[in-house]
Design a protein around this ligand. Structure first.
Ligand code: FAD
Ligand code: SF4
Length: 519
């Protein structure tokens, strides 16, 4: 029988969210004998709920509560993230890359760039090496620690050939948190090609079926699905004391806590802090800097589609196992700071390509291009975007959600550096496909944001950010930020490996502090 903790038990660590950050932190703490209650807004699915159907899984997994996008974002679906046990690690594609050394020191490396709110991480690259290794081992990342790479699908082979003809050298099937051989009680990838719908056999790492059941097995962990946290409470001393949440029937409860860790992804985390304002914290909990909700980053993305002379069948095989890393370096001679990766991307079926390849596309020529679906290849750009104060999350002045909470408004505009980088990446992607004889190339602006970062960032000085180098809020000693919101800068790499590495590191710190009797 699963462990249950009382609502008045104030010795537990409450973790909000069960995704990459929250699921990992929960398990790491529970493994050290620390009692954890994890409150997750979404339902708990079984493996049998995962089916190889994009539309059905999108509806089952995605966070579809009202959010308003502004600026360059989709007004109705600014973000593509999950509301389910396992969080967005159920949807994710598994690309698990380390930051490059210089990316930990963005301000120092890139200098003072007009309009950018750049800052160095208060962490040294060398310190992260151990935590990256632990995270890679936990997640079974290919190409690391002797784990073989995945085979390349056709979409990759087209990209690889084009890249090599252009002289790129760092081209391979990526570092993927997908089993290339049976490992950790989970099977090897069967190349089914539905990674981003949830992997039905569990070859892809997801906290849903790795961290969460492992935490439960310790007897120190309770998961409460369909529990949406509405507010974090605190006492007169400015320490958090517990959280108020709504259960699946809308009944409110207060769970007491010794420590609260927030890992709701980069919109819900600052939204919860802002909604937890009080007379003592009038601008929101842990927000004396005014930085909660600001500096939102989503990576400079975009897609390049190539219509090739022969069949590609781009949806077959592991979806994102393919990368060109040569452009990820910082090389200001290209006309912008920082760098980007090029990664294989599936088409999400003919309907997906019809929707995404050229939104609003029409007429005979476009229809003919869609007829060439089986010949289509596709790649995705992932580049470092620059933090800007004006990009971020605020509370809607009037509109409320089903819990009576102010709806989040997410605003994002590209920085000039982001635009220059994307244009460079479009050209590079086009050149790759043209090098293998593409008949036509489409360039596609970003979709709803899948990488969401920076809205409660780490900073050396309290006035520059929300949390310190351990993720502990500068203003509140027993409150932690435990997800991608902590990111001081985004790097050119897909972020989840870094989120997991930081969660492992944070668990060590929390355990050590608890052992010493600190909060
Ligand atoms: C299609 C897709 C593909 C992706 N592919 C990759 C990839 O290949 N590589 C990579 O690195 N990243 C990828 N990502 C991004 C990756 O999934 C995220 O970076 C990562 O999951 C974020 O971790 P997190 O802990 O910040 O949040 P999440 O994993 O989103 O977890 C947050 C959890 O908190 C819950 N929650 C939120 N608010 C509350 C509340 N108030 N109360 C209770 N619970 C709450 C949510 O329901 C959710 O379960 C992809 C994302 C998508 C959508
Ligand atoms: S290709 Fe591999 S990781 Fe992706 S869904 Fe299939 S088995 Fe899972």
């Amino acid at each position: 029988m699963a462990k249950q903790f009382g609502l008045s038990n104030d010795s537990v660590v409450v973790v909000i969210g069960s995704g990459a950050g929250g699921g990992t932190l929960s398990n790491e703490l529970a493994q050290q004998g620390i009692d954890v209650v994890c409150l997750e807004a979404g339902p708990r699915l079984e493996m049998s709920d995962i089916v190889n159907d994009f539309n059905e899984m999108f509806t089952k997994l995605s966070w579809l509560d009202k959010r308003v996008g502004s600026g360059a974002l989709d007004p109705d679906l600014p973000l593509w993230v999950c509301k389910t046990v396992g969080g967005t690690t159920v949807h994710w594609a598994g690309a698990a890359l380390r930051f490059q050394e210089h990316e930990w020191k963005a301000r120092t490396t890139y200098g003072d760039i007009d309009g950018a709110n750049l800052l160095d991480w208060p962490i040294e690259a060398r310190e992260m090496e151990r935590f990256y290794s632990l995270a890679e081992d936990k997640m079974g990342v290919t190409g690391r620690h002797g784990i073989p790479h995945l085979p390349g699908n056709n979409n990759y082979q087209v990209m690889e050939l084009g890249a090599k003809r252009l002289g790129y050298t760092q081209v391979h099937t990526g570092n993927m948190a997908i089993n290339s051989q049976a490992r950790d009680g989970r099977p090897a990838c069967q190349q089914i090609g539905f990674c981003m719908m949830g992997c039905a056999i569990g070859a892809k790492w997801s906290t849903m079926y790795t961290e969460i059941p492992k935490a439960e097995a310790t007897g120190h962990f309770e998961l409460r699905p369909e529990s949406m946290v509405l507010k974090i409470n605190h006492n007169a001393a400015g320490q958090v004391t517990g959280v108020v949440y709504a259960d699946k029937d809308g009944n409110l409860h207060e769970q007491k806590a010794r420590i609260v860790a927030v890992a709701g992804n980069s919109v819900e985390t600052p939204r919860l802090l802002l909604n937890s304002e009080s007379s003592q914290f009038p601008d929101g909990l842990a927000n004396s800097s005014g930085q909660a909700g600001k500096n939102y980053m989503r990576h400079t993305t975009g897609a390049v589609y190539g219509i090739m002379p022969g069949p590609v069948h781009l949806d077959r095989g592991t979806q994102m196992a393919g990368i060109i890393m040569d452009e990820s370096r910082h090389d200001p001679k290209r006309g912008f700071a920082a760098g980007y990766e090029l990664e294989t991307l599936p088409g999400f079926g003919l309907a997906g390509v019809a929707t995404f390849m050229s939104p609003g596309g029409w007429g005979r020529e476009y229809a003919q291009d869609l007829e060439m679906y089986r010949n289509t290849a596709c790649m995705w750009i992932v580049g470092e975007d620059l933090p800007q104060e004006a990009n971020g999350v605020t509370l809607h002045p009037t509109e409320k959600d089903q819990y009576g909470l102010a709806v989040p408004v997410v605003h994002f505009e590209d920085h000039a550096n982001d635009i220059a980088m994307r244009n460079h990446a479009f050209k590079a992607g086009r050149a790759v496909y043209e090098a293998v004889g593409a008949n036509k190339v489409y360039e596609r602006m970003p979709f709803s944001s899948t990488h969401n970062l920076g809205t409660c960032r780490m900073s050396e000085k309290p006035e520059d950010g929300v949390c310190d180098s351990t993720g502990r809020a500068h203003d509140v000693p027993n409150l932690y930020i435990s997800d991608g919101s902590q990111f001081t800068s985004g790097g050119a790499e897909n972020p989840t490996l870094t989120i997991v590495a930081l969660a492992i590191r944070q668990a060590e710190t929390i355990a050590e502090r608890m052992r010493k009797g600190e909060s």
